[in-house]
Design a protein around this ligand. Structure first.
Ligand code: SF4
Ligand code: SF4
Length: 304
């Protein structure tokens, strides 16, 4: 089993877009697959030149649906990569032999699992693969990778009312993992799906209750892409605030920037906040945003 040697490498990793297809068809998918295969040798050469030691395997689609999944890892290892994070929906991990191999090769599993409830999962993913994804998660736990598991829970119009129940399910079944609640962006297939993007004000009470349940259950939790003014009394869970606290810009450079807003221009929290982005303002406007006089340094960080 690979050692993670602390998780500092996670914030320094390069994204490797090796997925080109998917075994689910999520209705909110923000980066749907386009079928274009990438060349592992070309990626390996580029990473070697840059001296990259840690990568996140992702792309438009599901990395494990690439039949050359392990060949990619071999090629990247030869180029000097030592740490691997895998973004996955866990369906392929239902195969015990595949999961055991993946556990040996991958340091951290980031799993998109949109609901613990089979019927909500089916609506969100437009699939009947809930039992496979669940088996994949249980295989990870059985193989001792439960503490290398991070749930990347996209908060959408399809699941936000079930977030507190999801947290209770996590505490009971995966107490060693961490959870990131990530507010859906209005792009990709989400643009076409009616009701995919809830208002911050609709989702925030459920997000807060879900964060509180995880904290009380001793699990690590964060929330991403939700403005600090929507997270009153729970600002310490904001991923972008955590980035600001360690000296980074609130938003990663590769992400779309915050949309300009009069409220944000007046707000003391602005440097530590994700703000609202254009895709959200196009869907719901900016009337929910509220400037604050609170200094970011006054926020107490939560454990993540
Ligand atoms: S969200 Fe992920 S799992 Fe779902 S269709 Fe898109 S790439 Fe596949
Ligand atoms: S007003 Fe703008 S900067 Fe201030 S908390 Fe809200 S979104 Fe963030």
């Amino acid at each position: 089993m690979p050692k993670t040697e602390g998780n500092k490498w996670v914030s320094e990793q390069a994204c490797v877009y090796m997925a080109h297809t998917c075994n689910l068809a999520c209705v909110y998918c923000q980066h749907p697959p386009n079928g274009h295969r990438q060349d592992p040798a070309a990626w390996a050469a580029r990473l070697k030149k840059r001296g990259v030691k840690a990568v996140s395997l992702e792309g438009g689609g599901e990395p494990t649906a690439n039949p050359d999944f392990f060949a990619w890892i071999r090629a990247l290892k030869k180029s000097g990569v030592k740490q691997f994070m895998l973004s996955t929906n866990a369906v392929a991990l239902a195969d015990e032999a595949f999961c055991a191999r993946a556990c040996k090769a991958v340091n951290l599993f980031t799993v998109n699992f949109p609901s613990h409830l089979p019927e909500v999962y089916a609506r969100a993913t437009r699939s009947v693969k809930y039992p496979l994804a669940l088996k994949g998660l249980l295989n990870l736990k059985r193989l001792g990778a439960g503490d290398r598991l991070r749930f990347f829970h996209i908060v959408s119009g399809f699941n936000y009312k079930y977030l507190p129940g999801f947290s209770a399910w996590i505490v009971k079944n995966f107490p060693d993992c961490s959870v990131s609640f990530v507010f859906v962006q209005n792009k990709g297939r989400a643009l076409l799906a009616k009701g995919a993007v809830p208002r911050y004000s609709e989702a925030a009470p459920y997000i807060k209750a879900a964060l509180a349940r995880l904290k009380l259950g001793g699990c690590r939790a964060a929330v991403q892409n939700v403005p600090l003014c929507a997270l009153k009394h729970f600002e310490g869970f904001a991923f972008e605030f955590q980035r600001w606290r360690r000296g980074d810009a609130a938003l990663e450079g590769s992400l779309e920037p915050k949309a300009p807003s009069r409220q944000c221009a007046l707000c003391a929290l602005e440097p530590a906040c994700c703000g609202a982005r254009r895709d959200y303002l196009d869907a719901h406007g900016g009337r929910e945003l509220k400037a604050s006089r609170k200094a970011p340094a006054a926020i107490k960080p939560e454990r993540f």
